[in-house]
Design a protein around this ligand. Structure first.
Ligand code: COA
Ligand code: MG
Length: 290
């Protein structure tokens, strides 16, 4: 999944627009982009959208961002949307493996009630939205087979730690937020799940978005969240493996296949060992199904 577009869950107009955006996934938001008195409306609108779109053959993956576990709203969110069988729930303000285990249990019960197979609905988590979450980033491994990706957030973290800003005058993240970003990519790798980069809120600035997406790809993120349909094309382009990368991955796989039992090969004067082979296989898998 290269691009995941947030859509306020109470806006039928934006939900319809989201479908045409080209995003690999839509995140139907029940949390921060929906005012407190609109939560019931957002649940109803999101369920109707899930039911309508799930039936379509070619569609983006559909996620729902529920309200965090400490709000008391998560159960009502899940009660409303599980029947629409979203592909995954995005959990905000997650604080490590225990939060995921908690959500897993809530989903398992509701899947049974809705007649869905156990594990039908996946989990993705926003891993850096509180200060406490940073210290729990290393605890996601093995929490739940539902967990497929981790992402990170800078806005709520700013509020929690009391930072005046999260970017410097050049638009680059300041120290505490670079730490959160690094912890996200390490936490995801340690848990063997995908790392996804956070949103770029300056949504008319395509150059800034491209720069940030390229830096994310360089550092191991495989996709990026979006808040506006205009951001999707840039994100998809940056996170699509290029023909040169695909050719290189194929060359690495071919070199290992030609020398069974060998742990290391040389191609064009560069050494490649087992981790490179694994990376090459993962890149080709992504190129085949984004
Ligand atoms: N998903 C789907 N459609 C969207 C969209 C989104 N995230 N953001 C904008 N659009 C639509 C608008 O409705 C508009 O369509 P219309 O002309 O048919 O009404 C079109 O795209 C152009 O929008 P634009 O005028 O450029 O932006 P805006 O001022 O209407 O909206 C935001 C700006 C930030 C309010 C809007 O992009 C948004 O709601 N983003 C998502 C916010 C969110 O979910 N945040 C939580 C995660 S951090
Ligand atoms: Mg938030």
């Amino acid at each position: 999944m290269r691009s995941l577009l947030f859509v306020p869950g109470d806006s039928p107009r934006k939900l319809a627009k989201g479908l045409e955006s080209g995003a690999d996934a839509l995140i139907l938001d029940l949390e921060d982009s929906v005012a407190a008195d609109r939560k019931p409306e957002a649940r109803t609108t999101s369920l109707a959208f899930l039911k309508e779109v799930s039936a379509e053959g070619r569609r983006p993956r559909l996620l729902v961002r529920v309200n965090s576990l400490d709000t008391g709203l998560t159960d009502a969110d899940l009660d409303a949307v599980v029947a629409g069988r979203p592909d995954a729930i995005l959990l905000p303000k997650a604080e490590g493996g225990p939060s995921v285990i908690h959500l897993d249990a809530k989903l398992a019960a509701r899947e049974a009630l809705a007649g869905l197979p156990d594990g039908a609905i996946g989990i993705m988590a926003i891993a850096t939205e509180t200060a406490a979450a940073l210290f729990a980033a290393g605890t996601y491994a093995g929490a739940s087979p539902r967990l497929s990706a981790l992402t990170w957030g800078a806005e709520d973290l700013s509020a929690d730690i009391g930072a005046e800003t999260n970017r410097d005058a050049d638009g680059n993240f300041t120290g505490p937020f670079r730490l959160a970003r690094s912890l996200c990519v390490a936490a995801a790798a340690a848990a063997r799940v995908t790392a996804l980069d956070t949103v770029y809120v300056d949504f008319r600035n395509a150059d800034g978005l491209r720069r940030e997406a390229e830096e994310a790809r360089r550092d191991g993120f495989l996709g990026k969240l979006a808040i506006h349909p205009g951001q999707v094309a840039v994100i998809n382009e940056v996170f699509t493996p290029s023909p040169a990368e695909i050719a290189k991955a194929e060359a690495v796989i071919a070199a290992f296949a030609a020398a069974p039992g060998i742990g290391v090969v040389g191609i064009d004067g560069m050494m490649y060992d087992r981790p490179h082979l694994e990376r090459a296989k993962r890149l080709l898998a992504r190129a085949r199904s984004p």
